[in-house]
Write a protein that binds this ligand. Structure first.
Ligand code: NAP
Length: 331
């Protein structure tokens, strides 16, 4: 086995942090029980923050970035996994409190591993990645609430992004009437309609100070943006509807009133993908395997070499990335 390999490592810099390629060897890796030869990782919003140092994501340094990985088990001290098994890790503190997926080799804990669903290649699992698996957690939360196709329009905010574009694709595949809210309507109209959005709403129509209650428009919502956008979606949600809150691409703040909750029985459902229990992950990945149309999936991602990932992190935070980016850690 080649002992030396490349990783993208964040280090302290000028009161913040900065990420750059670095050569590592097996002895540098954490002492966890499963050694994985990583094939692909992804680029998510949190990766953008860690790569650029825009927000203190990494809890210690040096930190190998990358919140996702997909690869093949090389060695395992855990009896449930063997050399040759194809596995995925999403979150569980990768790039925050544990070294992450921007590395050609990584040791991880067996209890974080999800087996690759048969329906996908390793590349396709990372086209979905944390963003897509979070989109599925949002959709499952709406279904658990009782929201059904046929109930009326469901809004997805930040629709051109990773979570948003997969949420549009999944909801539409399940028969929901999907409305996509985006700040890039002109540029991304055909992209979002091809994923199944029936209609687009301009970001500014929702990203404003809302009244306590507004006209009832949405049977449900998947919000990736937070702030005023989320407050307006809540104020426009129909009696008995639910909104899942997973993101803060616009703002981590939320200023709303009690009115939608006590007069319309609206539910706000928080979604966490990072520490979600393994059982919930397996359910989400099984459902992804049954729901994702591979041709549509191919239309929402591109593969980039790991050597480009630091620059791409800045582009993602600037809202310039559409859909998903898969990172080939061996290129
Ligand atoms: N809860 C969890 O477990 C979990 C998991 C994954 C991600 N997240 C969070 O979910 C959010 C989306 O993640 P992502 O990976 O999909 O990121 P992304 O690819 O960067 O997508 C975010 C989208 O939000 C919109 N947006 C960006 N800046 C905005 C602003 N200032 N105001 C309003 N809209 C804005 C843009 O869509 P348009 O151009 O279409 O408007 C952008 O494409 C992030 O906050 C991320 O941290 C949470």
């Amino acid at each position: 086995m080649i002992d030396r390999f490349t990783a993208i490592v964040a280090n302290k810099h000028d009161g913040g942090s900065i990420a750059a390629p670095r050569e590592l060897c097996l002895a540098d890796l954490p002492d966890d029980d499963v050694l994985v030869e990583v094939a692909y990782s992804t680029l998510n919003y949190k990766d953008g923050l860690a790569l650029t140092g825009a927000s203190p994501i990494c809890r210690f340094f040096p930190m190998v970035c990358g919140i996702d990985l997909a690869g093949t088990v090389v060695e395992s001290k855990n009896q449930q996994f063997h050399a040759g098994d194809k596995v995925i890790v999403n979150g569980f503190g990768l790039s925050e409190s544990h070294w992450g997926g921007y590395s050609q080799k990584m040791r991880v804990r067996a209890e974080w591993l999800v087996r690759k669903p048969d329906e996908f290649t390793l590349e396709q699992t990372m086209a979905i990645g944390t963003a897509g698996y979070t989109a599925m957690l949002c959709v499952q939360s709406l279904l658990e609430h009782g929201t059904q196709p046929g109930d009326g329009p469901v809004i997805v905010t930040g629709a051109s992004g990773g979570v948003g574009s997969v949420a549009v694709m999944l909801l539409s595949r399940m028969g929901f009437d999907v409305v996509a809210a985006t700040g890039r309507a002109k540029e991304n109209e055909s992209f979002l309609k091809a994923l199944g959005a029936r209609k687009l709403v301009e970001r500014d129509e929702l990203n404003r100070k809302s009244k306590a209650l507004e006209s009832e428009r949405w049977a449900g919502g998947v919000d990736c943006v937070g702030g005023d956008m989320l407050a307006t979606v809540i104020a426009q949600t129909r009696y008995g509807g639910a909104v899942t809150a997973c993101g803060l691409a616009g703002s981590p703040k939320l200023s709303t009133t009690m009115m939608p909750f006590i007069l319309r029985g609206v539910q706000l459902r928080g979604i966490d993908s990072v520490m979600a229990p393994l059982e919930a992950r397996q359910r989400a990945w099984e459902k992804l395997g049954k729901t994702v149309n591979l041709d549509l999936l191919a239309s929402i991602y591109r593969v980039e070499p790991m050597s480009n990932v630091v620059d791409l992190g800045g582009e993602l935070l600037a809202g310039k990335v559409r859909g998903r980016i898969v990172i080939d850690v061996n290129a």
